[in-house]
Write a protein that binds this ligand. Sequence first.
Ligand code: BGC
Length: 746
Amino acid sequence: MKKSAFLFILLSFFAAKAQDNEMDSFIDDLMSKMTLQEKIGQLNLLPGGDITTGAEMESPIFDLAAKGQLGAILNIKGQEKIRLLQETAVKKSRLGIPVLVGQDVIHGNVTVFPIPLAQACSWNLEAIENGARIAAREATAQGIAWTYSPMVDIALDPRWGRVAEGAGEDPYYTGLVGQAMIRGYQGNYGKENMMACVKHFALYGAAEAGRDYNTVDMSRLRMFNQYLPPYRAALEANPGSFMSSFNVVDGIPATLNGWLLNEVLRNKWKFDGFVVTDYASINEAVVHGVGDQKTCVVKAIKAGTDMDMCAFAYIAHLEKCAEEGSVSVKDIDTACRRVLEAKYKLGLFADPYRFCDAKRLKTDLYTTEHRAAARDMAAQSFVLLKNADNLLPLKKQGTIALIGPLADTRNNLPGCWSTGDEVSRYTTLKEAMINAVGKKARVLYAQGCNIYGDEKTQNGATFNRPIPRVDDKAALEEALKTAAQADVVVCALGEMAEMSGESSSRTDLSLPEVQMNLLKAIVATGKPVVLLNFSGRPTIMKWESENVPAILNVWWGGSELGDAVCDIVFGDKAPSGRLVTTMPRALGQVPLYYNHLRTGRPIPEGHTGGFMKYQSNYLDESNDPLYPFGYGLTYTTFKYSDALLNGNKVSLSVTNTGSREATEVVQLYINDPVASVARPVKELKAFRRIVLKPGETANVEFEITRSMLTYYNAEGDEVFEPGDFNIMVGCNSSDAALQTLKYTIQ
Ligand code: BGC
């Protein structure tokens, strides 16, 4: 290391130490003046009532703020209101401690980025970080200082609607996405940064049968190797807070689980921020059946839960518990200190109105720069699943029929969890397409059908963003007439926004019957068809994969989706998204994921189903996915060659063998064939995202590090077992796409 670099690190270390000391003495001084009640007040997070993300409740936020008993708030909207609340806390309460304002800023704000699952498909960590930075800039302009993001829960079961909010099924990659988002949100805690909250700790994504809030039961070995790594990796980016999850871990609700929060998160992993519960989860612990509210309060604070979100439980019981001795004042002090530290880091003591700058409301929301970034990210998130005869990109000529219930909806563009959207400002796909082709082509439109055929199914659920209902039969006829006039048909089908996200588990992940009927009828016309699949989760598309020439998965692409779809469909940009969740062939296969353990009776990839005596297979379906993890096509082809191992260096050549520039995601997987415990058939350990011009070759290099070869034992300690490893490189996780190199380390 150069002398100057060493000096810089040393100086930064001392500067950080000095800042910590300053913070410590400020908080020591403040806490010496606080009553027990005021300290407990800091642990109280209540809803503002302007947005609903859980059970609605009356909360006297202004009164409590004036009494110094409102530590934090969520679901309050409007900078003016936030300023008023802050003024109340600062001017009316005895010690003037500012309130921490939180909100679910999950994938953008007024400028809405694609849902996190879609963003993850970009494999572009810089762009993901930039998206989080933009979200923070917009949210902080509106008074928000703290976001409940990133969600780094591993999700293997697409029935679970919250698949939409995470980065898919891979622990390593999800950790990287989490880190990128934290860096983007928090920056260096400047005026345009907000605090991140890593959620939901832990195992929330493993809800049995994909039913939201359902129980979880898992071995420690699986936890440490498959589910916990992303939370741990997130810590490397220094998140200010963690959120505990609703579910039980080893039979104890996460919020009350001292092993999870104190032993693992704090003692083993050295997390030094604060832990907030999920929405009223102390009360849910009562429903889980582990005690009454007071007992759960005692267990929660002792377990290391610092802040109570919306259960009104800490404020109701902690003082009494301290008097009675079931909770020590030290426990309350520790939690209070952690919350005050967060406020200090955010600069709220220096300036409580830091995030209430009225000027920023005019300059920082939905700007041209933000929209361009969201459009670019959306285009990068789409995954081209099939493109027979290079149907895509389409030429801007002739007549294009745009058909489907999702082609002209503005309301549904943001997808699930968008608490800051302003939908009236967005462009629908139909509008974007008309605009994109200008005078060069004619765009005809027909809705074609409803999302569901049956009124009750569509409206029985509380969708806030319904799509206009039509008579399915008449709509189908109109669609066929429209298709008949066209040279090519683009179908916009799939889920509407609230069909994925929280509390949106589903048991059928195919296109609803009425949409299938429409699609089949259009395919039967013989016109070339492009299917745009809108979804917050993997869709079962076996028939589509066999019968529709081109399929582009566009997820929920955010406010700029319309333009982004046109960028790809008309070829101004080449697709570059790669799946981060396996796409099953049939629902009966789920959970289906690439990094599974071997069975003792494995069958080779490519076996198409059917009777195989005493083997681990289905009679009626293959074990293989329809589209594997890491998969995605583009408008060119790549050739992989010369994969070599030299010491611990892997090198290979990747050549663009087509006729246009495009992005490839080169992936490296490792398998440990013999270890003390059974290890997955392969695990992603590294990747490179490269852009190649036609004819260009890139030499891609990877270094095999020791940490790529380790796993965790049931105590969560890293284990390294020298020996033989299989190193696999290629363009997706299927065996057919990978070249294997043998690596031995002693
Ligand atoms: C969700 C969290 C969210 C919280 C606050 C809960 O229902 O599980 O992800 O951050 O509400 O809105």
